[in-house]
Design a protein around this ligand. Structure first.
Ligand code: NDP
Length: 283
């Protein structure tokens, strides 16, 4: 039976042992790190994610504010709101909770957010720096995955890492972060010819496909470490991932659960990025 990699426990430890003391130091120097979450329209899943972010921010001692806008807000008005946040020195980090309504371009939002306040790590400048291996605000889910692997005692150097999914927010950046740590990386996607042959090579398998329980025991090398990024609600109302946990826990060496795996690591990375942004802006 695989060992469980508990994102919930790792995230709690990071907040208590690392982030809260950093926030205290900033506060002593007169800086209270502040995150603003921009929420457009009513989206039940987004509302739940935003609540988790507010809760973790409070635990770390940072300030957070949710700016809510009607679904009908125009793109120009929203971009003006982001400009206001960019120039407000009391705000260190901003994210626009996705999805946004169809009449608003995510690309234009990302071109407007100040890269120094881009705590999601989605702007072209921050993605470019991540690609170059420079210090930057790294995208939260990939950063959280690497931290959770390290906390579970995994070294990436020389390991065969297989990532399934090549999105700009998870698959591609996590592949680059693993590569920057000297792993040998394979990035799979919907046109990969023989997925099973690729995933069976993995010492570390990271799955971000967005398909409920798609990865089963037949995809996993015995003893491999499996990180499940997927998040789905089943017909019975239970949360599950892209990995068939019941099958794979019998074959993997270590596995992250859903819920309680990558989700809390994503949130803790957002809080850490806000602290990093506040430290950088103070300098
Ligand atoms: P996207 O839909 O943007 O990307 C999915 C990727 O999976 C694509 O690259 C696609 O390939 C690939 N794919 C789809 N089907 C297959 C297949 N049959 N075989 C191989 N590859 C396939 O998803 P995201 O990266 O945004 O999210 C993935 C999952 O992670 C979702 O369930 C999402 O909810 C969850 N998530 C969870 C987070 C957390 O914090 N826990 C954060 C972000 C996401 P192609 O490019 O060829 O189309």
């Amino acid at each position: 039976m695989a060992d469980l990699i508990s994102g919930t426990q790792i995230a709690t430890d990071i907040i208590e042992k690392e982030l809260a003391p950093r926030v205290e130091r900033l506060k002593k120097s007169g800086v209270v790190p502040k995150l603003v979450v921009v929420l457009v329209g009513e989206h039940p899943a987004s509302a739940a994610y935003v609540r988790q972010k507010e809760k973790s921010a409070a635990k770390a001692g940072i300030e957070s504010e949710v700016r809510r806008f009607e679904e009908s807000i125009s793109e120009t008005e929203l971009l003006e709101e982001i400009e206001k946040i960019n120039t407000d020195n009391s705000i260190h980090g901003v994210i626009v909770q996705l999805p946004v309504p169809d009449h608003i371009s995510v690309e234009r939002i990302l071109k407007t957010i100040d890269p120094l306040k881009d705590v999601d790590g989605f702007t072209a400048e921050n993605v470019g720096k991540l690609f170059l291996g420079e210090d930057t605000l790294e995208c939260c889910t990939p950063k959280g995955i690497i931290r959770m692997l390290e906390a579970a005692g995994e070294t990436l150097e020389g390991k065969k890492v297989v990532v399934v999914g090549r999105s700009n927010i998870v698959g591609k950046p996590v592949a680059i972060l693993a590569l920057n740590r000297n792993a040998t990386v394979t990035l799979c996607h919907s046109r990969t010819k023989n997925l099973e042959a690729e995933t069976l090579q993995a010492d570390i398998l990271i799955v971000a496909v967005g398909k409920e329980r798609m990865i089963g025991a037949k995809h996993v090398k015995p003893g491999a470490t499996v990180i499940d990024v997927g998040m789905h609600r089943t017909e019975e109302g239970k949360l599950c991932g892209d990995v068939d946990f019941d099958e794979v826990e019998n074959i993997a060496g270590k596995i992250s659960p859903v819920p309680g795996g990558v989700g809390p690591m994503t949130v803790v990375s957002l809080i850490e990025n806000t602290i990093e942004a506040a430290e950088a802006q103070k300098r």
